[in-house]
Ligand binder design. Structure first.
Ligand code: MN
Ligand code: MN
Length: 465
């Protein structure tokens, strides 16, 4: 190689940019491939927050985690988990340092944008039966037409039992979909703004077309659909009012690209951070600081509700830990640090106009450390302090993690929020860290395997340092 010029040497010393990991550390490609096999399974097993919790609990129990009991006594290395209403989960490995030195919190969310059924969803129109929906989270509605959908959820029946519903996932099971117009008749629809391409009240899911054989019945297609549901699950129309049913893309996670460098799947925001956080949690053997790994619900609608981080459920858990250790929870919180682990918008060369390329995150350059989110003048952002940025960067560099910074698009282009501000609200030093995602919130989102792997490495480092 030719000798570097003085200017090149100075540039090496003074400038910085995150490299493409496949160039800088090609050996990681195989490791990332291997790591992501478990990730794809996690995605397929958990398409709703409840399913994610259930699968995570299974993995945790296999690793020796026990249900948290505030009456119990725990020693360093003990592993526990806590489930909040079946929709959020906290896992802890007790550390060797006293609790008043703070805990390490890693919070990801396991809810994803989708189409929820309305309380009275079933309707018949012109000899079709439909399920009416109310979208959950930020979706681009036009993306949800003509996509095969599966039905997931629970029905809490009048007799006190709960029925699990999962239909459209196993080979041979039927799927459902929202229809769209053919291009031949799409002239007027094409003139709508994209956001109105398919309107909220048009997100009706086609579920049946055969009538019940009885001319005396007013809505025979709806009745036949109800009969099928009753035979399969023992439910009636009124039971939809006692249900949470989510319509989600029916396809499985798959490798994307000739080089298999990416994963395409539904719900990677933010199950990609949930999985990597869970792996780092389970592999924490005897951490210095007690770990608090949170897989939370409701982030996509602003962390509202008692299973979201705008509720006090995490605070109450930390209060339990503090009470058990006989220390003030305020002291614990003040000394704690938190990674709000969530995805960021990867630079998309197909749509370059919305990004500030100098501050965007890129596929294959590692996990993305996001100082602030929010919109306009950082409104609704956490905006992490310089000292915390230094600490987290220090931890990653010590462990050889490939990382980059990122911003959610150009200034005033849009924006978004995460759980960061709710954890920071408890007086905890908090910063966002996660995976760059292409087509975020679409039915089929993309992530780079190298980025997933390095996010896992960052979370490992966070619990080791
Ligand atoms: Mn997210
Ligand atoms: Mn999101």
């Amino acid at each position: 190689m030719a000798k570097k010029t003085k200017g090149q040497e100075l540039a090496d010393k003074l400038t910085w940019s995150a490299p493409n990991i496949a160039k800088a550390a090609p050996k990681q490609v195989n490791k990332a491939n291997k790591f992501c096999e478990g990730y794809k399974k996690f995605l397929d097993e958990g398409k709703t927050e409840r399913e994610c919790v259930r699968y995570a609990v299974k993995l945790l129990e296999e690793r020796g985690y026990r249900r948290f009991d505030s009456e119990s006594v725990y020693v360093p290395g003990d592993k526990v988990y806590y489930v909040n209403r079946g929709k959020s989960l906290i896992a802890t490995t007790f550390g060797s340092e006293p609790l008043e030195k703070g805990v390490r919190i890693n919070g990801a969310h396991i809810d994803s944008p989708r189409l929820d059924l309305k309380p009275m969803p079933l309707m018949e129109k012109d000899e079709f039966a439909y399920l009416k929906t109310h979208y959950y989270g930020g979706i681009r509605k036009y993306q949800w037409g003509t996509t095969p959908l599966a039905m997931h959820g629970v029905v809490a029946k009048a007799d006190g039992t709960t029925i699990e519903i999962s239909l459209g996932e196993k080979p041979g099971e039927p799927v459902f979909c929202v229809t769209d117009l053919l291009p031949h008749l799409g002239r007027r629809q094409n003139e709508r703004h994209l956001g109105e391409g398919i309107r909220g009240e048009e997100l009706n899911i086609l579920v049946a077309s055969l009538p019940y054989q009885d001319d005396a019945v007013k809505e025979p297609v709806k009745l036949l659909a109800l009969e099928v549901l009753h035979e399969k699950y023992g439910i009636t129309e009124a039971d939809f009012c006692r249900a949470e049913i989510e319509m989600v893309p029916a396809f499985k996670a798959s490798d994307v690209g000739l080089d298999r460098s990416m994963i395409g799947a539904y719900g990677q925001d933010d199950r990609v951070c949930a999985y990597t956080a869970l792996m780092a949690e389970m592999e924490a053997e005897l951490p210095a600081f007690t770990t608090v790994t949170i897989l939370t619900d409701k982030e996509e609608i602003g962390s509202e509700g008692n299973t979201g981080l705008n509720s006090d459920y995490v605070l109450h858990y930390l209060e339990d830990l503090a009470d058990m250790a006989g220390v003030s929870v305020r002291k614990v919180l003040r000394s704690s640090i938190c990674l709000s682990s969530d995805v960021n918008a990867a630079y998309d060369p197909n749509y370059p106009d919305v990004y500030d390329k100098t501050n965007a995150c890129f596929i294959n350059r590692g996990c993305v450390l996001t100082k602030y989110t929010g919109s306009r003048g950082k409104s609704s952002s956490n905006d992490a302090g310089a000292e915390l940025m230094a600490r987290v960067i220090g931890m990653m560099e010590k462990s050889g993690v490939y990382w980059q910074t990122g911003e959610m698009g150009k200034v005033d282009e849009g924006g978004g929020g995460t759980i960061a501000k709710f954890v920071a609200h408890m007086d905890v030093d908090t910063v966002d860290l996660g995976v760059p995602i292409l087509s975020m919130h679409a039915p089929f989102e993309l992530a780079s395997k190298l980025d997933v792997y390095n996010t896992y490495k960052a979370f490992k480092a966070f619990y080791q340092n």
